[in-house]
Design a protein around this ligand. Structure first.
Ligand SMILES: Cc1cc2nc3c(=O)[nH]c(=O)nc-3n(C[C@H](O)[C@H](O)[C@H](O)COP(=O)(O)OP(=O)(O)OC[C@H]3O[C@@H](n4cnc5c(N)ncnc54)[C@H](O)[C@@H]3O)c2cc1C
Length: 305
């Protein structure tokens, strides 16, 4: 590990608390948190870690993750604040994975390009949005994708065309061990007034339905069916406002679990088990996690675990 850290040209923070890199504000210590300087640096890091069996975790800005209180024995790599190039050529947009989604929405709007408006307000990086196939109000990030560039653990860079990747509701077929470097999108021109109206509509809806004053990781569970929201089911079993420690099932949106200040990961996992158990008993539905979890045993999320 020390040798790997010596090799890095970008920034390395040893024994870094993951609570600083998760929108929940929760998580134990990772052996190292690395922001590579550039793509060459990333390639060296991945090859070295791969050859020496060092565990690697990729994150974007941590807005859809839960990290264990016990931390992570390995290194966390994020493109945020490093791979942030964004360029336009008429309707063709090329963006690196560390570009923040909000910035992408703002810049495409400035170019009078339509397609990303409803993603305004979704936190996170482009890399995280692509892996999760982030979406809002009927539109998904993959809708306008042409191709992606990814790096394999051996440092090899590959271009993947849109039709080589399966995207569905909050998931993609991208492997866990490939790092998303950049993406190309194509958007259409549109009247600026229409773009502004779409952005305002999405923002208003988000503010009225989500508990944005508190730290959270967005929706904890996937909706089991397009017309059956996980939040509705959790509400129906009477868990809105239910608390374990400082973690609470939001009164505003029951699929958002919030950190009221000092919650830890075990408080959130307890809420997850309780919600799953009650929904399973009353509706015979096992809710599937949307958030990505790091450093846990699967049993920690099971209703009877
Ligand atoms: C208040 C709030 C509201 C939200 N609203 C929405 C919403 O409306 N719609 C929605 O879809 N989501 C929503 N989310 C969830 C979250 O914002 C999205 O999933 C977002 O796209 C995650 O991006 P991120 O960079 O934070 O990824 P992270 O949370 O850091 O990571 C998510 C996954 O992506 C992987 N990953 C990240 N970067 C890379 C990379 N470069 N290469 C390979 N893998 C990578 C990680 O390994 C992890 O598996 C919300 C979250 C919050 C806190």
């Amino acid at each position: 590990m020390a040798e790997l850290i010596q090799l890095v040209q970008g920034t390395v923070i040893e024994n870094e608390s993951m609570s600083r890199h998760s929108s929940f504000g929760i998580g134990g210590t990772a052996s190292a948190y690395i922001t590579p300087k550039n793509i060459d640096d990333l390639s060296k890091i991945l090859r070295f870690a791969n050859q020496h069996g060092i565990q690697i975790y990729f994150i974007g800005s941590g807005s859809n993750i839960l990290v264990s209180d016990n931390g992570l024995d390995g290194i966390v790599i994020s493109p945020a604040k490093a791979l942030t190039k964004l360029s336009f050529d008429k309707g063709i947009i090329e963006a690196e994975s560390g570009v923040m989604l909000g910035h992408l929405v703002k810049e495409t709007s400035k170019q009078n390009l339509t397609g990303f408006e409803s993603l305004g307000g979704v936190p996170g990086t482009l890399g995280g949005a692509l892996l999760m196939n982030a979406g809002a109000f009927g539109s998904e990030i993959s809708n306008h994708l042409i191709s992606l560039k990814v790096m394999e653990m051996n440092g090899e860079i590959r271009t993947m065309m849109r039709d080589e990747i399966e995207f569905s509701y909050r998931q993609s077929s991208l492997r866990k061990d490939v790092f998303i470097l950049s993406a190309i999108f194509e958007l259409e021109k549109c009247e600026p007034e229409i773009i502004l109206e779409k952005r305002l509509k999405a923002s208003k809806k988000r503010k009225s339905t989500q508990p944005l004053k508190y730290r959270s990781a967005g929706s904890v569970f996937k909706n089991p069916q397009p017309n059956l929201a996980a939040g509705y089911l959790i509400d129906q079993v009477g868990l809105k406002g239910y608390r374990v420690g400082d973690a609470e099932i939001s009164k505003k949106h029951a699929n958002f679990f919030i950190n009221r200040g000092k919650a830890n990961a075990s408080d959130i996992t307890a809420l997850i088990r309780i919600a799953r158990k009650k929904v399973e008993i009353e509706f015979n539905i096992m809710l599937e996690l949307e958030i990505k979890t790091y450093g846990f045993n699967a049993s920690e999320f099971m209703p009877h675990g």
